[in-house]
Design a protein around this ligand. Structure first.
Ligand SMILES: *[C@@H]1O[C@H](CO)[C@@H](O)[C@H](O)[C@H]1NC(C)=O
Ligand SMILES: *[C@@H]1O[C@H](CO)[C@@H](O)[C@H](O)[C@H]1NC(C)=O
Ligand SMILES: *[C@@H]1O[C@H](CO)[C@@H](O)[C@H](O)[C@H]1NC(C)=O
Length: 356
């Protein structure tokens, strides 16, 4: 298929690695050994969810392109429901002008439990040309839609340039969100969370859609269909966990052995090296956390672990302090000024754009 031969739509954005000190610290973490994962073909793992005409599969069925054009976005859903598991894919975001676009990789059971569903989200938010992508993670349990647990981050690379593996570990003990091998967020289950911790079988979704009303600058920047189609590429599909029948309710499914296997996997716990890389990421790239938003939650929800090196970046509104918004450190601020003369793009990549 000729379609698969023209892949270089992307414009090269001068990466953050121009800032040498970031480059050094990034590569140290990225050298960590990759997880031992078994990848699946599309037909072994997913089915179309909506707008099949905008879903393109590679001849070997290992890569799937989800398109957004002026007619529709598109989405896929795992063919099975899982009672805990590890779910991941290597994803490459659309390039060029991506304001208003959301690419989501998430687990949910809203189809089965409309009123009290569970959900784990990774959502990527496009941006105006030259400005960096951002992303957010969220956790819902038993219909806790009024108690959002959002965190928002900048990316330390251009996600439209290469594929990166994004993963969600969901075990009875904890949730871990991964970007490549870096655990970017850990939510340890806490008895006080009660039903807010996701615990019913979920399926896995990947979608691209038009979120013009909110995704970029609070909805001021819309999807610009002159740049269509917008293509999100998904490959290295991994779905590991206990497959259950959602109709056949939880107690009758026995996942004991498979959950024990899941808990023993390397991605189910964070090594001391992993903790270092998690701290590295969160101290530099997280720009909102519900745990530090004391206006919204005067008492942080029970699972929140307040870490002073993270905490000091935020105002009580949960947003970044203004001196940090300009650049994480004096040093970076200084570098920013130097780089400005060399490349406008690098400044856009290192600067923080308006909060959502
Ligand atoms: C990777 O996983 C497979 C199957 O789960 C296993 O057979 C193999 O020994 C593992 N390899 C390593 C290096 O751990
Ligand atoms: C989950 O929600 C249902 C319906 O709202 C409620 O009856 C049940 O007690 C909740 N479960 C937990 C563990 O909170
Ligand atoms: C679940 O499976 C384990 C191991 O296969 C077994 O020991 C246990 O009795 C089973 N429990 C139920 C409720 O079927």
């Amino acid at each position: 298929m000729e379609y698969w031969t023209h892949s270089s739509l992307q414009r090269s954005v001068v990466p953050l690695c121009l800032l040498l000190f970031l480059c050094i610290s990034t590569t140290t973490f990225l050298k960590a050994k990759a997880f031992n994962l078994t990848t699946l073909t599309f037909s072994d793992s997913y089915s179309p969810l909506f707008s099949e005409f905008n879903i393109r599969r590679s001849p070997d069925d290992k890569t799937v392109h989800l398109l957004l054009n002026r007619f529709s976005g598109s989405g896929i859903i795992s063919s099975d429901y899982y009672n805990y598991g590890f779910f991941s894919a290597s994803i490459k975001m659309p390039s060029k002008y991506t304001a208003g676009i959301v690419v989501a990789f998430y687990t949910s059971n809203v189809d089965t439990f409309e009123k009290n569903h569970d959900e784990l989200d990774i959502e990527f938010l496009g941006n105006v040309q030259g400005k960096a992508w951002r992303f957010q993670t969220n956790v819902y349990g038993n219909g806790s839609v009024s108690r959002g647990r959002e965190e928002r981050y900048r990316m330390w690379f251009d996600p439209s340039k290469d594929s990166h593996r994004y993963g969600i570990l969901w075990s009875p003990r904890k949730v871990i969100f991964y970007v490549d091998k870096i655990p970017i967020r850990e939510v340890v289950r806490n008895a006080a969370m009660r039903g807010d911790y996701p615990s019913k079988p979920m399926s896995v979704y990947a979608t691209i859609w038009d979120a013009s009303s909110w995704a970029t600058n609070g909805g001021k920047k819309k999807v610009d269909y002159r740049y269509q189609p917008f293509i999100a590429e998904f490959k290295d599909l991994v779905l590991e966990g206990c497959i259950v029948d959602p109709i056949d309710q939880i107690p009758s499914s026995n996942c004991t052995d498979q959950i024990a296997t899941l808990l023993a996997k390397d991605y189910s716990s964070i090594t001391s090296e992993g903790r270092k890389s998690m701290r590295w990421f969160r101290e530099r790239y997280m720009y909102y956390s519900y745990c530090y938003d004391n206006i919204r939650y005067p008492v942080p929800p029970p699972e929140c672990v307040i870490i002073s090196s993270e905490r000091e970046r935020f105002k009580s509104s949960g947003g970044l302090r203004s001196n940090i918004r300009l650049g994480a450190t004096r040093r970076r601020h200084h570098l920013r000024r130097i780089t400005k003369r060399q490349s406008k793009t690098a400044v856009a990549a290192s600067g923080l754009e308006a909060l959502i």
